[in-house]
Structure formats: structure tokens, C-alpha cells
Design a protein around this ligand. Structure first.
Ligand SMILES: Cc1cc2nc3c(=O)[nH]c(=O)nc-3n(C[C@H](O)[C@H](O)[C@H](O)COP(=O)(O)OP(=O)(O)OC[C@H]3O[C@@H](n4cnc5c(N)ncnc54)[C@H](O)[C@@H]3O)c2cc1C
Length: 310
């Protein structure tokens, strides 16, 4: 899913830029990310109402197209929803979803157009260091020389960091999705919905399918689906930083459950960081690894209860 609604100003601005890229992918990147605009409805219980109002106001100040809705207004957009415990809805009409495989291929193809060589199925087994500076990596197919290396290896990052004496606070967390067939009575439902009372969310899939995910769904094991990993940092937000021990080595990990939508912007931020030591438009410092030891986490001022990432 691709959205602009975030609970921290830096993330709002990054998500807005990324959303613009997904909406105009062929023009800006080249190729087809198969972005589909569906709208996105968030359903909130009473306990989150004041936080929701504050966050929506902050998002609107930055220009996000988002509004709060009374349950009766929610019902006009998503008439199929059971709104029994819902105090407030939040609607983001230009939100949607893209195809992660198509997106990845589009970026890979454009990178190759510019001369990148892409190697798959070949693990990096270690970082090569001389005099405190990176000189390359060891791989299953032999060493590769490099002046700069960005480790974007998700939950596996500490396999590379630990031998250097670094330990990034990344915890792998298993999350599950189920794929349900939609009954004919729900055919007309096309809006992505996130239910903050249960932690469940769904998005319409091709044909009659619906992808359902959630952090508190007890009965997921009884249905067809799949599990995958979040690479969780303590505040649920990425670590975008240079290594504390090796010059020329960078970390881009900890995207938790929201790294796809931010990826077009994170890629640009990391490229600028490597080339110029800072990011032009967004505060990459907010994502430094030392924020955890400093107690300066990238937390929402008005968090929603019971969510692993905001
Ligand atoms: C069920 C689920 C639903 C999600 N839904 C959304 C969503 O709706 N919207 C959204 O924005 N985000 C979503 N996310 C989060 C998003 O998928 C991730 O944040 C994103 O994929 C992270 O990308 P990444 O490239 O950082 O890491 P990954 O996709 O984990 O990629 C890391 C890669 O590094 C490789 N690797 C690891 N170690 C090595 C090594 N030593 N050498 C070489 N390669 C290595 C791995 O094989 C892997 O391919 C979801 C995640 C899950 C699990």
C-alpha cells in the first residue's frame, strides 16, 4: 500500500514525494509500477480520536489530501463496513497500492539503462576493510571492490554488522497475510481499509481476491496465506546512516511494515548521503542509528495505540 498519511513531519514529506513518484512513475522513473489509486479508509476507536485529529491537521498543513469523517460519512464511501465500534474515519482518496515486483523490475531496468550491473542469487559474506575504510565485499562468487557499500539487507543486516563490532537494533518480526476470496456481496468494495480497533487491514487484490493482514489476528493460521518479516527498529522507523566503524559503509534498514511506499525517496536520500554527506530535501539525520542510545527516537507526537509502526 502507498499512502501519505504519517505521524511525523519528516515522514509525511517523504511519503508525499514518494506518492508523487508512484502516481507519475513512467514520467519520473520510467516503466510501470502498476500503481492503482483506491483511496484508503482508516477506522478508529474512541481512544485514538484526539490523536487522529491532531495528526490529520498536521498532515493537511503539509498538503496531504486527507480528511476526518464521521461514521455516517464513512458508510457513504465504504457501505460494506461494520462501523459498530468506530468513532472516527480518516480518508485519503489518492492513496492506493503498487505492484512491488513490477516496481523493483522498473527500477532495476532503469539502473541498468544507466550502466548498473545487477547480480542476484549471490550473498555477501563479509565486508572488506583496510585501515578503517571499506575496500569491497566478499561474496559467494568472490570479492568485489567498492569505494562505498550500502547494506540494505533488511532483517539480516547484523550478519554483516556484527563481525565489524557493530550491532544494529533490528528485530525480525513475523507477520502474516491471508488471501481471501471476496463474496459477490462485497464485489463493489475497492477502497483499502485499515481497522485500528483490531489491527486488521485489507486491500483488494486482482479479481475477487482480498489481501488481509494484521498484527492481532488470532485465526490467521487456519487460512491460506503466507508469513514474512518486518525488520523492526525500536521506533518502527528506518536506520539510514553510515557505519560507526568503517568509512564508506552505509546502512539502510529497519523499514518495518512501511518501507515499500518510502523506497523511491529513500533511494534518492541514500544516494545523496553517499555522494554529498547529506540529503537535499529531507532530514536524514532523523534516521541516524545513534538516536536509540541518545533516547531521541523518531516517535510520533500523537501516536495511535497498539500499533507497531505508525
Ligand atoms: C506482510 C508484509 C506487508 C507489507 N506491506 C507493506 C505495505 O503495504 N506498504 C509498504 O510500504 N511496506 C509494506 N511492507 C514493508 C516492506 O515490504 C518492507 O519495508 C520492504 O520490502 C523492505 O525492503 P528492503 O529492500 O529494505 O528489505 P527486503 O525486502 O527485506 O530485502 C532485503 C534483501 O537483502 C537480501 N540479503 C540479505 N542478506 C544478504 C546478504 N548477506 N547478501 C546479499 N543479499 C542479502 C535478502 O535476500 C533480501 O532480498 C510489508 C511487509 C510485510 C512483511
Amino acid at each position: 500500500m502507498v499512502r501519505e498519511h504519517y505521524l511525523h513531519p519528516t515522514l509525511v514529506k517523504m511519503a508525499m514525494e514518494a506518492s508523487t513518484i508512484f502516481h507519475n512513475f513512467d514520467e519520473i522513473v520510467g516503466g510501470d509500477a502498476r500503481f492503482t489509486e483506491t483511496g484508503r479508509m482508516l477506522l478508529f476507536p474512541e481512544r485514538d480520536v484526539s490523536a487522529v485529529r491532531a495528526n490529520v491537521e498536521m498532515n493537511r498543513e503539509f498538503g496531504v489530501n486527507i480528511q476526518t469523517l464521521a461514521p455516517s460519512e464513512v458508510a457513504e464511501i465504504v457501505p460494506q463496513a461494520n462501523l459498530e465500534d468506530i468513532a472516527l474515519g480518516v480518508y485519503e482518496p489518492t492513496s492506493g497500492y503498487a505492484d512491488p515486483v513490477a516496481t523493483t523490475y522498473a527500477y532495476a531496468n532503469r539502473a541498468m539503462d544507466y550502466g548498473a550491473e545487477i547480480v542476484t542469487g549471490c550473498a555477501v559474506s563479509g565486508i572488506r576493510v583496510q585501515g578503517g575504510r571499506i575496500v569491497g565485499v566478499d561474496t559467494e562468487e568472490g570479492p568485489v571492490e567498492a569505494d562505498a557499500v550500502v547494506a540494505a539487507t533488511g532483517p539480516w543486516v547484523n550478519q554483516l554488522a556484527t563481525p565489524l563490532g557493530e550491532s544494529l537494533p533490528i528485530t525480525p518480526i513475523r507477520v502474516q497475510m491471508v488471501h481471501l476470496r471476496r463474496p459477490p456481496s462485497l464485489e463493489a468494495l475497492t477502497t483499502n481499509v485499515i481497522d485500528y480497533t483490531t489491527g486488521a487491514y485489507f486491500r483488494v487484490d486482482a479479481g475477487y481476491g482480498t489481501l488481509v493482514g494484521g498484527e492481532n489476528l488470532d485465526d490467521l493460521n487456519e487460512r491460506g496465506g503466507y508469513g514474512s518479516l518486518y525488520d523492526m527498529a525500536p521506533d518502527g522507523n528506518p536506520i539510514l546512516d553510515k557505519s560507526a566503524s568503517v568509512d564508506g559503509l552505509y546502512w539502510a534498514v529497519g523499514f518495518s511494515g512501511h518501507g515499500f511506499k518510502l523506497s523511491p525517496v529513500v533511494g534518492r536520500m541514500m544516494a545523496e548521503f553517499v555522494m554529498h554527506g547529506e540529503s537535499a530535501d529531507h532530514s536524514i539525520r532523523d534516521f541516524r542509528a545513534s538516536r536509540f542510545a541518545e533516547g531521541d527516537l523518531l516517535n510520533a507526537e500523537h501516536p495511535y495505540e497498539g500499533r507497531r509502526h505508525q
